[in-house]
Design a protein around this ligand. Structure first.
Ligand SMILES: *Cc1c(COP(=O)(O)O)cnc(C)c1O
Length: 229
């Protein structure tokens, strides 16, 4: 029998606590987002029953179907996938956090479409911190201008930054990439974006490095739910 979801969660939580201690982070500073993409609602329910309350999804249609199947649970939903303009309304209506905002057009639409009955939407700006060509993420150079514009949108809270660096085995390289995101966050904080404190970084293969460099949210799929098809 492979380990169960509750056992996997227990293991990941233990490691988070160990890494918080090892790197001098306050206890409980790192929150765990369980990335449930491609896995069915029954697996999300199992994780929820084991105490996991925050889940990350990449694909809108799949996420909406899961949300409907799990409407009886009090789940904190995070959208972490690429965003097309025609998807913003449903994202603004159905998620608590959006990690993957990388251009003003998308931010404006989320702002306009966030229902008045809900609190302002927490967003993170996805930053391209890898040297290699990548389509998603605002560059560090353009971050400042984007943040200034987004700060004016009343229905959004600029709550931090997110990155998906190119996969690297070398720990020093992993840490260097995550450090760039932390420095970018610190620059925005110093410029008065005072709610911009979160760093969403670190996945199954590199979350120790991410925690070492200040991650406040790690996004873990494989180590909780197993390999995806
Ligand atoms: C799939 C995904 C994850 C989780 O990756 P694992 O390697 O399975 O932990 C995290 N973040 C994003 C943006 C993803 O798309």
């Amino acid at each position: 029998m492979p380990p169960s979801i509750p056992e996997n969660l227990e293991k990941v939580r233990l490691r988070i606590t160990q890494f918080e201690q090892k790197y001098g982070r306050p206890e409980g500073d790192v929150s765990l987002i369980a990335v449930s993409k491609t896995h069915g609602p029954e697996m999300v329910r199992e994780a929820w029953n084991a105490g996991q309350k925050a889940f990350g999804e990449n694909y809108l249609q799949e996420a909406l179907a899961k949300q409907e199947a799990l409407a009886d649970l009090d789940i904190n939903w995070h959208f972490i996938g690429p965003i097309q303009s025609n998807k913003t309304r449903a994202i603004a209506e159905h998620f608590h956090w959006v990690h993957s905002v990388d251009r003003l057009k998308i931010a404006r639409r989320l702002d306009e479409q966030r229902p008045a009955s809900l609190p302002a939407l927490n967003i993170l700006l996805q930053v391209n911190i890898s040297a290699e060509e990548s389509k998603s993420g605002v560059s560090i150079d353009e971050l400042d201008v984007l943040a200034e514009a987004i700060a004016l949108l009343p229905r959004l809270v600029l709550a931090g930054l997110m990155a998906i660096p190119a996969p690297m085995d070398d720990v020093a390289e992993q840490r260097q990439a995550f450090r760039r995101l932390r420095e970018a966050r610190d620059t925005l904080l110093a410029k008065g974006h005072d709610q911009c404190r979160h760093l969403s970084m670190g996945m199954s293969h590199d979350y120790e490095s991410a925690i070492a460099e200040g991650a406040t949210m790690i996004r873990i799929g494989t180590h909780i739910f197993g390999l995806r098809e």
